[in-house]
Design a binder for this molecule. Structure first.
Ligand SMILES: *Cc1c(COP(=O)(O)O)cnc(C)c1O
Ligand code: SF4
Length: 356
């Protein structure tokens, strides 16, 4: 059975946590006490990193935390998923920058994450050298500067908060010098997977470049710990609005009860649910996929049953670069000449008269 993470006396820094991550088949075997079949091939194909904080959230083999981070030989068997499910390359004018929507870009500034999520849609890239370099960052900044229509820049990766604070500061400063960039967003899983990274200093540095929004990524109520709460408080107190982009994952959070708890607990740590994503069909992730009906069922179980603040937009990012599209349960049941027939959250049919 699972051994507990090594005991420590003083609180380690985030870099110490990272340096003690499980990254090799040997590390994993030592912790798990047994071998996983084809583990070496799996992590050669898709890198593994489980830092001791996130590892410590696992309470049993195959629990919802374990499934998100421990490699599974099924990753090698998936032949349905595609290598670049969102055709990000097609919409990339430069390596590391995707310009898919008219007024905003996604700018990759880090190739590292605190944990390599097994369901990641960029699992072909994360943890590998070369897809983000000083050069790609420099060229990305020039692109944004030259494209006046870009009013919103989403920093992503990898995880931008795994950069050194000074490196992140340099990027934020360069972006803020560009007059047409109104909004800066950071997509980061760090508040969930390595909350120790969120120091007072980091929050103060980010706050110098407001308006900065952070979208984080929690998938299970058990990820909402006192450490995660502290990280989110630190960011929120620095005036950074926090959103959450959850991924719907089979065997992790694909039921209404888990999802309701997650969304409600996010609000208690001042994180507003933003998106619930259908799992992208990236090669190696098929064992996490759910039927879209499941997502609709989850949304229907939230709307009206709990606060509207708890309800994220359920989106599918269409394969081949179609972009994100929101899906909603079918509330309109009939369109008559003088009224609509609308089903309410309790399933009751109501008439909505049309006078105009
Ligand atoms: C998701 C995404 C964005 C941001 O989209 P919002 O709906 O504004 O959150 C921007 N660019 C790319 C390429 C994206 O995938
Ligand atoms: S933190 Fe995000 S980018 Fe990094 S592995 Fe997880 S899902 Fe992928």
């Amino acid at each position: 059975m699972l051994r507990s993470a090594p005991k420590r006396h003083s609180v380690p820094s985030w870099k110490e946590f990272l340096s003690q991550s499980i990254e090799t088949a040997e590390d994993l075997k030592q912790w798990l006490g047994s071998d996983i079949p084809r583990i070496k091939d799996t992590i050669r194909r898709f890198p593994m990193r489980i830092n001791p904080y996130y590892l410590g959230l696992i309470t049993a083999q195959d629990d919802p935390i374990y499934r998100q981070c421990v490699p599974d030989p099924r990753e090698l068997e998936d032949m349905q998923g595609s290598v670049d499910p969102l055709a990000e390359e097609r919409y990339s004018p430069l390596p590391g920058l995707t310009h898919r929507y008219p007024d905003r870009v996604m700018f990759l500034v880090s190739n590292q994450c605190a944990v390599y999520c097994r369901f990641c849609n960029r699992k072909r890239k994360v943890g590998r050298q070369g897809f983000v370099t000083k050069q790609t960052i420099k060229e990305g900044l020039s692109y944004i500067k030259a494209h006046k229509e870009v009013r919103d820049v989403l920093l992503s990766g990898g995880d931008p908060l795994l950069l050194e604070t000074s490196e992140l500061e340099n990027i934020l400063r360069s972006l803020r010098k560009i007059p047409h960039v109104e909004i800066i967003r950071i997509g980061t899983r760090v508040p969930c997977t390595l909350p120790q990274r969120v120091t007072q200093r980091l929050a103060s540095v980010i706050a110098k470049f407001h308006p900065v929004y952070i979208n984080t990524h929690f998938n299970h109520p058990r990820e909402i710990t006192s450490e995660a709460a502290k990280a989110c408080t630190t960011l929120a107190d620095a005036g950074i609005p926090l959103g959450c982009q959850t991924v719907l994952l089979r065997g992790v959070n694909d039921n209404t009860e888990t999802m309701r708890q997650l969304m409600q607990r996010l609000l208690t740590i001042r994180v507003r649910p933003y998106y619930l994503f259908q799992c992208d069909q990236a090669r190696g992730t098929a064992h996490f996929w759910t039927h879209p009906q499941k997502g609709l069922e989850i949304i229907a179980s939230l709307v009206g049953h709990t606060s509207g603040l708890c309800v994220p937009h359920y989106c599918i990012d269409l394969p081949g670069g179609g972009g994100k599209v929101p899906l909603l349960p079918q509330y309109i049941q009939g369109v008559k000449e003088k009224h609509l027939v609308i089903k309410n959250y309790e399933g009751k049919l109501c008439n909505y008269p049309i006078y105009c």
